[in-house]
Design a protein around this ligand. Structure first.
Ligand SMILES: NC(=O)c1ccc[n+]([C@@H]2O[C@H](COP(=O)([O-])OP(=O)(O)OC[C@H]3O[C@@H](n4cnc5c(N)ncnc54)[C@H](O)[C@@H]3O)[C@@H](O)[C@H]2O)c1
Length: 362
């Protein structure tokens, strides 16, 4: 088999969102990946998924995956508190690694992962699947081509619904195992899209509240942000909305963008693109004239991962992207307890560098 058509062999640990990685990520890219092994502590959950996709190897002990010489990629889909040890062990075993969000549980851990990645044989790709699809990628292309001009302001709304059934899963709703609430678990995707399109954050003021569910972590948040480039932003997220929408609205000098409102797939459908002049409209039309459809979410993230594994393209999502997302989370939680603006970047000297989890829950 030549390198150009190498089919990478995958083992997935965690059969919740792990199933979506198979359905949306690996099956549509079956020429690029083969899922050879599944791991889950819960055999009743793992078995039907393994049967459904004809995956012969099923194990309950993560270390068994590390020992499989014919596995190229370990895909970590376990609850957040387990990501750090699993990612480090998989890198140490010489595997490539895919890891669900949040990559790890602190900036200290993410910096350790980044350092380990540099001396490891394998590549590490965190998951941020909302970055892929026609809508988000057309907006990104217009911005990167310099057509949109100066960023002015942006709003991000994550208006979702979660109730007692969702929080019946024991690891959810608790600081120790979920590591955060709507900010860390749900809005992290949309906030990543905001910084991806608008730029790095300079400072933010964040508020959090727990008003919807009886849980330790927050389920309502708002923030006011200032970016390095001078633009401003505001975030609102709740798990108590009557219906579910995701809405990202960005005003640039020459163009305003509004995302599609599909809560879990805002990047797929074309976004509302509002040029402020006929000249800008013409430039956008020329740029998008031969647009090739981009399948959304895991389908494209995994396809581009394959290109990166072959050395043909950069990783579509990097550990640096995860660090930026976790820096935002750290600053947000810190601001919400100090009731002060928090400046970024956040490094080892910061009080929350080793953990954003409140001391009483750590
Ligand atoms: N990208 C997204 O849109 C998205 C969506 C949902 C969840 N997630 C993330 O995916 C991760 C998993 O979430 P989920 O909703 O699938 O959770 P889940 O509870 O539905 O599934 C996790 C699975 O991991 C298994 N597991 C736990 N500890 C294990 C261990 N030590 N060894 C092997 N298996 C173990 C559990 O038995 C369970 O089946 C979380 O980090 C979550 O934030 C991401």
């Amino acid at each position: 088999m030549t390198a150009a058509n190498q089919r990478f062999r995958v083992a997935i640990v965690g059969c919740g969102i792990g199933r979506s990685h198979i359905v949306e990520g690996y099956e549509p890219n079956a020429d690029k990946f083969e899922v050879k092994a599944l791991c889950d502590l819960n055999v009743e959950r793992m078995t039907p998924i393994a049967d459904e996709f004809g995956i012969e190897r099923r194990v309950t002990n993560f270390d068994d995956l590390l020992a499989m010489d014919d596995i190229d990629i370990i895909d970590v889909c376990t609850p957040p508190g387990l990501h750090y040890p699993m990612v480090m062990a998989a890198l140490d075993a010489g595997k490539h690694v895919v890891c669900e969000k949040p990559l790890v549980g602190s900036l200290a851990e993410v910096d350790e992962v980044i350092a380990r990645e540099k001396v490891s044989k394998g590549l590490l790709m965190p998951v941020f699947q909302y970055r892929f699809g026609d809508g988000i990628e057309q907006a990104k292309a217009i911005i990167d081509a310099g057509i949109a001009g100066k960023p002015y302001v942006g709003t991000v709304e994550t208006l979702w619904t979660r109730g007692p059934d969702y929080y019946a899963v024991p690891w959810r709703g608790k600081w120790k195992t979920e590591l955060g609430g709507v900010l860390m678990t749900h809005a992290i995707h949309q906030h990543d899209l905001f910084t991806y399109l608008m730029g790095d954050i300079k400072r933010l003021f964040g508020r959090v509240a727990t008003r919807v569910n009886t849980i330790e972590v927050e389920d309502c948040v708002t923030a006011s942000l200032e970016l390095e480039n001078g633009a401003l932003g505001s975030f609102t997220a709740t798990l108590g909305s009557a219906d579910e929408i995701t809405r990202i609205r960005l005003a640039f000098e020459n163009v305003s963008f509004e995302s599609d409102h599909a809560p879990y797939n805002p990047g797929a459908k074309p976004w509302k693109i509002l040029p402020r002049s006929p000249e800008t409209a013409e430039r956008i039309a020329a740029l998008l004239e031969n647009w090739q459809h981009v399948p959304p979410r895991f389908t494209t993230q995994m396809a581009r991962f394959h290109a990166a594994l072959l050395g043909k393209a950069p990783l579509p999502v990097t550990s640096a992207d995860s660090r930026r997302a976790l820096e935002l989370v750290t600053a947000f939680y810190h601001s919400s307890t100090t009731h002060e603006d928090v400046e970024l970047p956040i490094g080892p000297g910061h009080a929350r560098y080793k953990s954003w989890v409140p001391a009483e829950f750590a």
